[in-house]
Design a protein around this ligand. Structure first.
Ligand code: GDP
Ligand code: IMO
Ligand code: MG
Length: 437
């Protein structure tokens, strides 16, 4: 069985918590795109983990984790994260962590180029995580990237760094930064690649063999549908394909081997960085945004930037459900809304006076959206830690049903807090069957 987990909004929906929860019933967890721009927080008792590059399954010592070909890997960040997780008592060995020889490396000049690219854009900057993600994918598409397999040969690594840096330095110098030195980059990266060598593997073959042996595989999406480079709010997106189709390419598995797609949806929306956000709580709703930010702890787990907060957007989420083919949805952060008198849900868009029910392609149209809201009554009582649907206040159940109806997909899990056991799993849902089988 292969299940893909995908963020339905602009990221930070709580993918980490749900992957961690499911990982117990799965043998393998693989990431298929992105890099250390992700920040997946997982709480286990007193311990807090923030997974950036490593799959959230790494916390379960019986789970094998894979960094697949579709990822971009910063070798320094990779070992920093491994060291941090090991400090918390988790054993990480090449037996349980496999890195694709086809994944691309993020080099120090990619980080520098992420900075210059944002500077060049000025007011139109993307608000990237500045981790070098975009420039590394540019090199991949430009057929000059350095793959893990290439870097394992020191001569090739050296030549590629020299060749790529010549071009990168032209841009870096243009923006008034000192040029980087190829020999320094080589001496920093070469030992890290040596340390990486035992982890390197043919990961798609590994996954194919695991599938043959009927192992259960979870594909952990990072970022989210509306940040997808093809389907998101372009150009305010990340440079990879977090959507379900991307999982096949990025993990190197046949699409028809995927048995199910789980969407992670939050009861409201947030966005980090720039770009259109139709249901954003602006100045008029600043107090509400602050309340949600404070109750939901909405600060970037990587960059610590305060997340922009907004109401649930049914049009955007329906778009995500259609694109990814969600079989079930995990609805997170119900408890964050406990204090609200009224909750708004965007049920349609108006652009220049005209009703639009589909998600627009052009950033200008997305900016021009006037959301049409339905207003639901809040439940004004605590739902934190509730584990049974029947224990939820009636109005909270109504809210959940309203969201499910407006997306057109079952909600199979409701999350009522950051901890593993603060979860309702709905009996007889598709989601429940994934835990069991
Ligand atoms: P991800 O990037 O999708 O994995 O999400 P993040 O980890 O960046 O952000 C989600 C945050 O919400 C994390 O701090 C989680 O611990 C927390 N979280 C997840 N589910 C719930 C929930 O149901 N209630 C509350 N209050 N917090 C949650
Ligand atoms: P998780 O996996 C939220 C956003 C950045 C920026 C845009 C491009 O934790 O949900 P990039 O550095 O990827 O080139 O930045 O994408 N972004 C995220 N926003 N959650 C994430 O990951 C994100 N990863 C990237 O803020 O707007
Ligand atoms: Mg996150």
């Amino acid at each position: 069985m292969i299940i893909v987990i995908i963020g339905a909004q602009w990221g930070d929906e709580g993918k980490g918590k749900i992957v961690d929860l499911l990982a117990d019933s799965f043998d393998i967890v693989a990431r298929y795109q992105g890099g250390h721009n992700a920040g997946h927080s997982v709480y286990v008792g007193e311990k807090a983990f923030v997974l950036r590059l490593l799959p959230s399954g790494i916390i379960h010592e019986d789970t094998t984790c894979v960094l697949s070909n579709g990822m971009v890997i910063d070798p320094k960040a990779f070992f920093e994260e491994i060291d941090q997780i090991r400090e918390k008592g988790i054993s990480i060995t090449p037996e349980r962590l496999k890195v694709s020889s086809r994944a691309h490396l993020i080099m120090p000049y990619h980080r520098a180029l992420d900075h210059t690219s944002e500077e060049r854009l000025g007011n139109e900057k993307i608000g990237t995580t500045l981790r070098g993600i975009g420039p590394a994918y540019e090199d991949k598409a430009g057929r000059r990237g350095i793959r893990v397999a290439d870097a394992l040969s020191p001569e090739v690594l050296k030549l590629r760094i020299e060749r790529n840096l010549e071009e990168a330095n032209r841009i870096i110098v243009l923006y008034g930064q000192p040029p980087l030195r190829a020999d320094e980059i080589f001496s920093e990266i070469a030992p890290l690649v040596e340390r990486l060598r035992p982890f390197v593997s043919e990961t798609s073959h590994f996954l194919a063999e695991a599938k043959k042996q009927n192992k259960k595989i979870l594909l952990e999406g990072a970022q989210a549908t509306l940040l997808d480079v093809d389907h998101g709010t372009y150009p305010y997106v990340t440079s990879s394909n977090p959507t379900a189709g991307g999982a096949s390419v990025g993990a190197g598995i046949p699409p028809h081997h995927i048995s199910g797609v789980l969407g992670i949806v939050r009861t409201y929306a947030t966005r980090v960085g720039e770009g259109p956000f139709p249901t954003e709580m602006l100045e008029r709703e600043e107090d509400m945004a602050n309340l949600i930010r404070q109750r939901g702890n909405e600060y970037g787990s990587v960059t610590k930037r305060p997340r922009r907060c907004g109401w649930f957007d049914a049009v955007a989420t329906r778009y995500a459900a259609e694109l990814n083919g969600f079989d079930s949805i995990a609805l997170t952060k119900l408890d964050v809304l406990d204090a609200l008198d009224e909750i708004k849900v965007c049920v349609g868009y108006q652009i220049n006076g005209e009703r639009v029910d589909t998600f627009p392609a052009v950033a200008q149209d997305l900016i021009a959206i006037e959301p049409i809201y339905a207003t639901l009554e809040g439940w004004k009582s605590e739902t934190v830690g509730i584990t049974k649907l029947e224990d939820l206040p009636a109005k909270a159940r109504e809210y959940v049903e309203f969201l499910s109806g407006s997306i057109g997909v079952e909600i199979g899990l409701i999350s009522t807090g950051p901890e593993r056991d603060q979860t309702i799993i709905l009996p007889d849902s598709v989601m429940e069957s994934w835990f069991k089988s």
